[in-house]
Write a protein that binds this ligand. Structure first.
Ligand SMILES: Nc1ncnc2c1ncn2[C@@H]1O[C@H](COP(=O)(O)OP(=O)(O)OP(=O)(O)O)[C@@H](O)[C@H]1O
Length: 246
C-alpha cells in the first residue's frame, strides 16, 4: 500500500511520569502507523504502555516529545475534542462510560452533536441493537449491549477510527465473539480503521491485520500478524506465544 493509505501515524513518542519521586518512562520512542480500513493489534503485558499510547493518540495526554498525524496533517497537542472528530475511544467498561441517569437516546445523540434519527437507526442495525434500547439507561442493559451501544455512539460521531482499549475483556466469551465479529463487519462494510489493544494475543491474532508488540514502553516488534506470530524475532514475542501454547 502507498503511504497515502496511512490514516493515522505516531512518530517517536516519548512520555515519562514521576511516581513517588521515581521517574518512569511509559513511552520510549514509540512509532506506529494505521492504514485506512486496517485493524492494528497492540499486545503486551500489563504496564507495557498500551493504554498510555492510546491516551496520547486521542489527545487525552500530551507527549513529552514526538508527533501525531491524521491523514498526514500534524495534530500533536490538540484537544481531545479536536481528535474526537476523527477518532473515538472504546473502553473496557462500557457501562461506566455512560451517565447512569441518562437514557441511551440522550447519551448517544448528545455525545454526537445531534446524530439524525435515520443515521442512528442504520448504525443500531449495524451493531445489532434494537431501537427500543434507546429508552433504557446503562444500568438496565447487559455488558454486551452497553459495549455495542458505545461502539454505536462512536460511529454516530462520524469518526472513521476506533481505538479499542481492552474493549472485549470484560465480556463473556460468546459476547466477546459477537463484538469481535461486529468490528470485522464494520471494517468490511463501513471502512472503519481500528486500533485494538488487548493482552489476549489469541484474540488479536484472529482479528488483526498487523500486530505491534510492546514491552516496558517500547515497541519491540511490529508486522503482519501471520509473519510476527509465525516467525517472531524478539524474545519477548516468543515468550508471549509460548505462554499462549502452554
Ligand atoms: N498518570 C500516570 N502516572 C504515573 N504512572 C503512570 C500513569 N499512567 C501510566 N503510568 C504507568 O505507565 C506504565 C504503562 O501503563 P499503561 O496503563 O499504559 O500500561 P498497559 O500496557 O495499558 O497496562 P494494562 O494492560 O494493565 O492496562 C505503567 O507502569 C503505569 O503504572
Amino acid at each position: 500500500m502507498p503511504d497515502s493509505d496511512i490514516i493515522l501515524e505516531g512518530k517517536n513518542l516519548n512520555k515519562s511520569y514521576v511516581d513517588k519521586g521515581k521517574k518512569l518512562q511509559a513511552l520510549k520512542d514509540v512509532s506506529f502507523f494505521l492504514k485506512n480500513g486496517e485493524i492494528l493489534g497492540i499486545v503486551g503485558e500489563s504496564g507495557s504502555g498500551k493504554s498510555t499510547l492510546l491516551r496520547h493518540v486521542s489527545c487525552l495526554e500530551k507527549p513529552d516529545s514526538g508527533n501525531l498525524y491524521y491523514k498526514g496533517t500534524e495534530y500533536t497537542g490538540k484537544s481531545p475534542a479536536f481528535a474526537g472528530a476523527f477518532l473515538q475511544m472504546i473502553f473496557q467498561d462500557a457501562q461506566m462510560s455512560f451517565d447512569p441517569r441518562m437514557k441511551m437516546k440522550k447519551a448517544v445523540v448528545e455525545a454526537t452533536k445531534g446524530c439524525g434519527h435515520e443515521k442512528l437507526s442504520r448504525i443500531l442495525e449495524a451493531v445489532g441493537l434494537d431501537e427500543s434500547l434507546l429508552e433504557k439507561k446503562a444500568g438496565s442493559m447487559s455488558g454486551g449491549q452497553c459495549q455495542r451501544m458505545s461502539i454505536a455512539r462512536a460511529l454516530c460521531s462520524d469518526a472513521g477510527i476506533l481505538l479499542c482499549d481492552e474493549a472485549t475483556s470484560a465480556l463473556d466469551v460468546t459476547t466477546q465473539a459477537q463484538v469481535v465479529a461486529l468490528l470485522q463487519q464494520l471494517r468490511e462494510k463501513e471502512g472503519v480503521s481500528i486500533i485494538f489493544v488487548s493482552h489476549d494475543i489469541a484474540l488479536v491474532s484472529m482479528l488483526c491485520d498487523r500486530i505491534m508488540v510492546m514491552k516496558n514502553g517500547e515497541c519491540v516488534e511490529e508486522g503482519e500478524t501471520g509473519k510476527v506470530l509465525g516467525n517472531p524475532q524478539h524474545e519477548y514475542t516468543k515468550e508471549l506465544l509460548d505462554n499462549l501454547i502452554e
